[in-house]
Design a protein around this ligand. Structure first.
Ligand code: NDP
Length: 336
């Protein structure tokens, strides 16, 4: 059993030395337990938070402990009444090739219904984040303008496509020409702007001639600064992620923006609402029903960036925080 543990807490950007690969004996299931063989491991931005000891909405990974993460796994041995060998499940078994489970937190997956890896992306936590955050907090109306960054990733891509399903105009922000072309031509966003372009703020303004009614915040930093002046009265801002600052060691650069932000929150009656997707668990059945149908009908598309081999997880994860992934980042740990 190969596993990747947290070796040290990063200062700023993580490095490969913050992770350690270990080989240990494969665990044996006891009565009531099952043994999982991991096929796919999800890599997600939130894992940067777990590497840090700072207080957050979830406890940090302890030094020397296996890195946390969602996986798709196959049951290879079962001493649990509800699971049989050969079942496929979603699990939070982390960065390792085998794991024991008592069945808690598992969800059975049907490989005939959708490719198994989608349980980590469009039909999993990131897709659900987009669904719950946009529809519950953003509430896009026909004709309104919805802006989202990290628009080629699993959350942003889904947000823009759902905005269009609801009759709104979707404006994406992405890094580089290849991602921008994908967001516009394959995902069908109405407009896309490259946040790395020197005239990014100007281009974004041109792409939003009627202002911004919903800004689904995935990024923070310079992207926030460019979107902020464009808010219309009563704009809704689901605050989902701030990836631009996950590696920062503070204090934050630039002038204090708080007085200006507060002035517009008041004078434009803005709604800023942070959320962690699990708050909306009661919507999961609706999500599975709606999202499966939209994918089947071709109304929601998705892209995966699949990296081969557990050993490559650290470098792939470090790249995610720099925007080097193109689509939902997944590690293929084993074939079957
Ligand atoms: P992605 O696969 O989209 O990967 C992150 C992307 O962020 C990168 O590919 C890059 O895209 C972009 N990015 C990174 N740094 C910057 C920067 N400085 N400025 C602008 N863009 C940057 O990730 P996800 O779709 O999985 O997650 C998107 C966001 O949603 C994250 O902030 C994540 O933390 C958050 N999230 C929140 C949840 C919640 O419950 N609140 C749950 C799940 C995710 P590009 O090259 O296009 O810039």
């Amino acid at each position: 059993n190969r596993r990747i543990v947290l070796a040290s807490r990063p200062e700023g950007r993580p490095t490969p030395a913050d992770f350690r690969i270990e080989d240990v004996a494969a665990p044996e299931p006891r009565e009531g337990e099952l043994l999982l063989k991991v096929l796919y491991l999800s890599l997600d931005p939130y894992m940067r938070g777990r590497m840090s000891a700072a207080k957050s909405y979830a406890p940090p990974v302890e030094l020397g402990a296996v890195m946390v993460g969602g996986t798709v796994a196959r049951v290879v041995r079962s001493r649990h009444p509800d699971y049989a060998e050969g079942d496929f499940v979603f699990s939070y078994s982390g960065w390792q090739s085998y794991a024991l489970s008592k069945g808690e937190g598992l969800r059975k997956l049907d490989p005939a219904a959708a490719p198994l890896s989608t349980a980590l992306g469009v039909l999993g936590m990131p897709g659900f984040t987009a669904y719950a955050g946009l529809l519950t907090i953003g509430r896009p109306q026909p004709g309104e303008t919805v802006v989202v960054a990290a628009a080629s990733g699993p959350v942003g891509a889904t947000v823009g496509q759902l905005a269009r399903i609801k009759g709104a105009r979707a404006v994406g922000i992405a890094g580089g020409p290849e991602k921008c072309a994908y967001v516009r031509d394959t995902l069908g966003f109405d407009a896309v702007v490259d946040h790395r372009a020197p005239d990014f703020a100007e281009r974004l303004k041109e792409a939003c001639p009627k202002g911004v009614d919903v800004y689904f915040e995935n990024v923070g930093g310079a992207v926030w600064d460019a979107v902020f002046p464009l808010f219309n009265e009563f704009a809704r801002i689901p605050v989902c992620g701030l990836i631009a600052q996950y590696n920062s060691t503070g204090p934050f650069e630039g002038p204090d923006r708080l007085p200006i932000v507060m002035r517009d929150v008041l004078s434009k009656s803005l709604t800023l609402r942070g959320f962690i997707q699990r708050e909306f668990v009661s919507q999961l059945p609706d999500f599975y029903r709606d999202m499966s149908a939209w994918i089947r009908e071709g109304r929601v598309r998705y892209r995966e960036d699949i990296v081969e081999g557990l050993d490559r997880a650290p470098e792939a994860f470090i790249g995610l925080l720099d925007g080097r992934n193109f689509g939902k980042l997944v590690v293929k740990v084993d074939e079957s």
